[in-house]
Write a protein that binds this ligand. Structure first.
Ligand SMILES: NC(=O)c1ccc[n+]([C@@H]2O[C@H](COP(=O)([O-])OP(=O)(O)OC[C@H]3O[C@@H](n4cnc5c(N)ncnc54)[C@H](OP(=O)(O)O)[C@@H]3O)[C@@H](O)[C@H]2O)c1
Length: 331
């Protein structure tokens, strides 16, 4: 069986479009000693996929002509490593293709959970990012006000719900009145601010009259600036990502208020990468499972069928089409 692959044909200079990708076919690879052959089941679509095209981050930059990089839930088909056997599920950087061969040493089998897709959403990078970023960087206390941006997305929708579970008042920032109403009506947020309607600073002031104690920042840029001006004394900002700056030419300068507001309000602003807290994943997964089991945490998944639809799926995610975790079902 051939190996369908989606190649990043050209690096985008401005906005990403489906024309930057090409579907091709290659031979199915074979594993060598210490390697496994993986069949991709679900590809995780992430805002970071676009950031990797801008240059080296916590991983190497992507280059034109390579198979598009991306994390997937994959099944072991053939193993030349003792700790993995055919049928095992792993999370791996397979790239956007049907089959891949990877060294087995950094892969570990995942539990066979139902539904499988939860391994990419709430029990995967999104859930762990929301949990650790909020609780370790944000350190919310009951009764405090927590604000999260990209609030209807995969990480943001979980951050807001976890903050509610921890007894906080939660305000989400998202694009469009309909999404904002959905955050309040379906996910139990206390309020939501539509950043596309403008006047974000004023809308946040109205929604958070006592100031923001914790801001979980997924977007950077103007929205971060609006939050900075509304922070309460001794507030914490968890810098998770900057999706407003991933898809386009070089971002504008800013935000204003740095470092002045950080000094006068005694703010603590900290960046993190989910793997920083890997030693706390067992507790995180136990808590997330308990909250999902009790119905306190709703898991939102947006599954698109077909490898060939991955480029349009990523372009759509950057435009805000998704609610919750977007992924591609490959096989
Ligand atoms: N630090 C870590 O370890 C880590 C790990 C995973 C993810 N992340 C970060 O988490 C954030 C969310 O990523 P995700 O993959 O879960 O994506 P996502 O939130 O599911 O989707 C991205 C969302 O961003 C919003 N958005 C797009 N352009 C925007 C803009 N210019 N201004 C404001 N919002 C915009 C869109 O919703 P609207 O309709 O609301 O615009 C879109 O739905 C990203 O910043 C990502 O880099 C960090």
């Amino acid at each position: 069986m051939p190996n369908r692959q989606i190649v990043l044909e050209e690096l985008p200079r401005d906005r990403l479009g489906p024309e930057h990708f090409r579907l091709t076919e290659a031979e199915r690879p074979s594993p060598g000693d210490g390697e496994v052959l993986l069949r991709t089941r679900y590809i995780s679509l992430d805002a970071a996929n676009r950031a990797w095209m801008q240059g080296a981050t916590y991983r190497a930059a992507l280059a034109a002509g390579e198979v598009m990089a991306g994390g997937s839930l994959a099944e072991v088909v053939d193993s030349r490593a003792p700790h993995l056997k055919p049928g095992d599920l792993v999370f791996a950087d397979t790239g956007w293709q049907d089959y891949s061969v990877l060294p087995a040493k950094r892969l570990s089998p995942l539990p066979d959970l139902k539904p499988l897709t939860h391994l990419l959403s709430v029990y995967g990078v999104a859930g762990l990012t929301a949990y650790h970023g909020l609780l370790e960087c944000g350190r919310p206390k009951p009764g405090e006000t927590v604000v999260v941006s990209a609030a209807a997305g995969s990480v943001g929708s979980l951050v807001g719900q976890i903050a509610r579970i921890k007894g906080c008042k939660v305000v989400g920032i998202a694009g469009g009145a309909e999404k904002c109403a959905w955050l309040v009506d379906e996910l139990g947020f206390d309020a939501a601010v539509d950043y596309k309607a403008g006047e974000v600073r004023r809308a946040l002031r109205a929604a958070c009259p006592d100031g923001i104690d914790v801001y979980f920042d997924n977007v950077g840029g103007d929205v971060l600036e609006a939050a900075l001006f509304n922070m309460a004394l001794h507030g914490r900002i968890a810098c998770c990502g900057a999706v407003s700056q991933y898809d386009g030419a070089a971002p504008a300068h800013g935000p204003r208020g740095v470092p002045g507001l950080i000094v006068t309000k005694r703010l603590n602003m900290a960046g993190f990468i989910v793997s920083d807290y890997a030693d706390k994943n067992a507790q995180a997964l136990a808590d997330l499972q308990a909250w999902v089991g009790s119905g306190q945490l709703k898991v939102l998944e947006d599954v698109i069928e077909g490898l060939e639809n991955a480029p349009a799926g990523l372009v759509g995610l950057l435009a805000g089409e998704n609610r919750g975790k977007r992924m591609i079902k490959v096989s």
